[in-house]
Ligand binder design. Structure first.
Ligand SMILES: Cc1cc2nc3c(=O)[nH]c(=O)nc-3n(C[C@H](O)[C@H](O)[C@H](O)COP(=O)(O)OP(=O)(O)OC[C@H]3O[C@@H](n4cnc5c(N)ncnc54)[C@H](O)[C@@H]3O)c2cc1C
Length: 331
């Protein structure tokens, strides 16, 4: 592993100032992704700026029944928080579906958002990868591509985003508080991630010298009826093959609110807006859920080894909505 300097940030402003003055500096939060990638030689920062002792680890009520989550709140603390479990069960379930107890004790909310893809070619410095080394090519397109994207990919990159938490966030639509070289601003979650296009080296729309300090989830009463379902090769401690975050409310047998996001099928959590539009006001029936997912997936394009993901994500989303509808009926 290449040697590096370690700096404990004394304030968020000082961290951003250091990021601005040192192009090879990176933020260190829990370190569970960044340090692994450093050991593999995938990233080689000169300086790590540790934000672990900054006062960014609070979870608090936000205006009108929303929730503000500091960037260094640990995944385990967020999953267990009573307000998360009651107001936004989808978030608690997504967090608990990720990694292991030990990792969740270290991993932070901010770090989870910024974790890099688990594409094997990205993590292997001996292989061409446009995300790691722009212009070098994509080994995955014609390589081992079972885990790769079926939606929104490009000729330059077919990697998926691996986070479970971020799929839940996609239906909760938080705002990110960002501190950058020109001061503070907010960024809508659904404007944060991007598709790969010609520049897969950029996972998101923020600058290299931006620090996320907090996320604020708006009040969302419908989210009390929400859940997360993940399908993976092993029952635990594995990244998703596909996953679904969903919010569903039903009035008089008809869908009154619905939000759906799909995980591990694209370069970003995939908000299924086509399916949502098809379902609103329709009878809350399995046949309607399945038809809406077919509509969402018309643009899906499989690679040689991952066509199964299209049918799998349709089934998982349909069943998830059926179960949410049934639970609504029992209320
Ligand atoms: C064995 C293993 C299994 C795993 N399984 C899963 C799984 O099933 N599901 C899942 O979702 N995840 C899984 N993970 C990934 C894990 O969730 C992430 O490693 C973790 O969430 C990253 O958080 P961190 O605080 O450790 O980030 P770090 O590793 O410290 O940082 C990650 C990146 O985020 C940047 N960063 C951190 N905080 C900020 C901030 N506030 N502002 C701007 N940039 C920031 C860093 O510079 C770095 O680039 C697994 C990890 C491992 C090692």
């Amino acid at each position: 592993m290449k040697t590096f300097d370690y700096v404990a940030a004394t304030s968020a402003d000082a961290a951003v100032e250091r990021l601005g003055s040192d192009p090879d500096a990176r933020i260190l939060a829990g370190g569970t992704n960044l340090v692994d990638l450093m050991k593999l030689g995938v990233v080689e920062p000169e300086t790590l700026i540790d934000i672990g002792s900054l006062p960014l680890d609070e979870i608090s009520n936000a205006d009108g029944g929303g929730l503000r989550i500091g960037a260094t709140v640990r995944n385990s603390d967020l999953a267990a928080h009573p307000l998360v479990r009651t107001r936004y069960p989808v978030l608690s379930k997504a967090l608990l579906a990720g990694a292991s107890g030990q990792l969740r004790n270290m991993a932070t909310t901010g770090g989870n958002l910024f974790q890099r893809t688990r594409c094997g070619y990205f993590m292997d410095t001996g292989k061409a990868c446009n995300k790691r080394d722009p212009g070098s090519g994509c080994s995955a397109i014609n390589g081992i591509n079972r885990d790769m994207a079926v939606l929104g990919a490009s000729d330059a990159c077919v990697a998926t985003h691996p986070s479970d938490m971020a799929v839940a966030m996609a239906v909760l639509e938080p705002e990110l508080d960002v501190l950058g070289p020109t001061g503070r601003r907010t960024v809508a979650f659904n404007d944060f991630y991007r598709l790969p296009g010609e520049h897969p080296e950029f996972d998101n729309t923020l600058g290299r010298d931006d620090l996320v300090t907090a996320l604020t989830i708006p009040p969302l009463p419908a989210a009390r009826s929400s859940t997360y379902r993940k399908v993976r090769d092993r029952a635990s401690y594995a990244f998703a093959l596909v996953s679904v975050a969903a919010i569903l409310t039903v009035d008089d047998g008809h869908v009154s609110a619905v939000r759906i996001a799909l995980g591990s099928v694209a370069h970003k959590p995939w908000r299924a807006t086509g399916a949502e539009a098809a379902l609103l006001g329709r009878p809350a029936l399995r046949s309607e859920f399945a038809a809406a997912m077919d509509r969402e997936l018309t643009t899906a394009e499989p690679l040689s080894d991952n066509a199964f993901k299209i049918g799998l994500v349709k089934s998982v989303a349909t069943q998830t909505l059926v179960e949410l509808a049934a639970a609504e009926g029992r209320r």
